[in-house]
Write a protein that binds this ligand. Structure first.
Ligand SMILES: *Cc1c(COP(=O)(O)O)cnc(C)c1O
Length: 369
């Protein structure tokens, strides 16, 4: 039986095994395990790719959010407006800084924060709006920035952990907003060999502060202006990411090709295929359909050797750790309904066209009964 997984990291590795081994050897020989030149090179290349002036490499996408929000001055008593339909880290980091996550429901077709519902959530305690470019599709940044501009203190930080390579109004999605965070977790579109992340911004003072924060708030050796953390990215990981960057454009094209094929092949199948706004290009971190009998479809696919994933089964306002926010089922109905019906299909760059056809045919068979 054919087997089509959500990822094929071994096949990807085979494409750059020799290069990867050579650069790892180089870093081992140099023995500059922290702060080697590859870290700065990676920052320059990603900043340029994302059309940002500054990039600060950090230890993970979670730490990128934490570090960026620390440096944007998010404090106890502040509110951060975000989506309940995202990976946990978006909201976990708000909580860890003592600020209050304020949820706004998502759009039913893109699953991104609904700009029409943001204004009503702004208060005089709002510090940030934190949209997520979910599954690789940019959130509606123009509308979000306009809302922020109407309030003196409010800035926009975007969580682009899933969206490197996405385009918003003919520019990199990562260029929009006061700052953007990335993740290099191995399963992400630019995945490293271990944890990693980055903060992107055009604000020099913010970039400078993030650089200090990543190193315990140090200004010069053993002199600390404020309390930061150890948010550094290892040299070895930066060196690997530099190699993987060379493959990113090709991998993105493969994801786009796979997504377009699914759109075609699933057109007459009773599932809802993803909607991408005409002014956006998705990075297709996930290809997520909405479907009835989701769990049965998932089991059927598994029997056929097809992997699939549920991102995300429980919206964050219903998580036990956020019970203190006193939300209940029904508070964010679009997110809750989406969580019940969503299913992500394999869309990774190593899929063949036969794989994609097999997945689509397996879904069609399920609904034919
Ligand atoms: C992966 C992810 C993160 C966290 O990144 P890590 O590198 O795993 O810490 C944050 N937000 C979103 C939307 C993500 O998908």
């Amino acid at each position: 039986m054919r087997s089509v997984g959500m990822l094929d990291l071994k096949a990807e590795y085979a494409l750059f095994r020799d290069q990867a081994r050579a650069v790892v050897d180089q870093v081992l020989d140099d023995a500059r395990f922290i702060g080697g030149p590859q870290v700065g090179q990676l920052e320059e290349r990603v900043a340029s790719l994302c059309e940002r002036k500054f990039a600060v490499a950090v230890s993970s996408g979670t730490d990128a959010l934490l570090c960026a929000m620390m440096c944007l001055g998010v404090e106890p008593g502040d509110e951060v407006i975000t989506t309940p339909f995202t990976f946990f880290a978006t909201v976990g980091t708000i909580h860890r800084l003592g600020a209050r996550p304020v949820f706004v429901d998502v759009e039913p077709d893109t699953f991104n924060i609904d700009p029409a519902k943001i204004e009503a959530a702004v208060t005089d305690r709002t510090k940030l709006i934190l949209p997520v470019h979910l599954f690789g599709q940019p959130a509606e940044m123009d509308a979000i920035k306009e809302i922020a501009a109407g309030h003196e203190r409010v800035r926009v930080l975007a969580d682009a952990a899933q969206a490197i390579g996405a385009t918003y109004r003919a520019r990199p999605a990562c260029a929009a907003g006061c700052a953007t965070t990335l993740s290099f977790y191995p399963t992400k579109n630019l995945g490293g060999f271990g944890e990693g992340g980055m903060i992107l911004t055009d604000d020099e003072a913010l970039a400078h502060r993030c650089r200090m924060a990543r190193n315990h708030g140090e200004t010069s050796r053993y002199h600390h202006e404020f309390v930061g953390g150890n948010f550094r990215l290892d040299t070895i990981k930066a060196a690997i990411l530099l190699i993987k960057l060379d493959h990113l454009a090709r991998f993105l094209e493969a994801r786009q090709r796979n997504a377009a094929r699914y759109d075609e092949l699933l057109a007459d199948v009773p599932v809802t295929t993803p909607v991408v706004r005409p002014h956006s290009v998705s990075a297709w971190h996930q290809y997520s359909i909405l479907c009835d009998d989701r769990d049965a479809l998932m089991a059927h696919l598994k029997e056929r050797g097809v992997g699939s994933g549920i991102y995300y089964p429980v919206p964050l306002h219903l998580q036990a750790c956020f019970a203190y926010l006193h939300h209940k089922a029904g508070d964010f109905p679009v997110s809750e309904n989406t969580a019940r019906r969503i299913l992500s299909l394999p869309v990774h760059p190593m899929l063949t066209d036969d794989d994609v056809q097999y997945v689509a045919a397996s879904i069609a068979d399920f609904y034919k009964g």
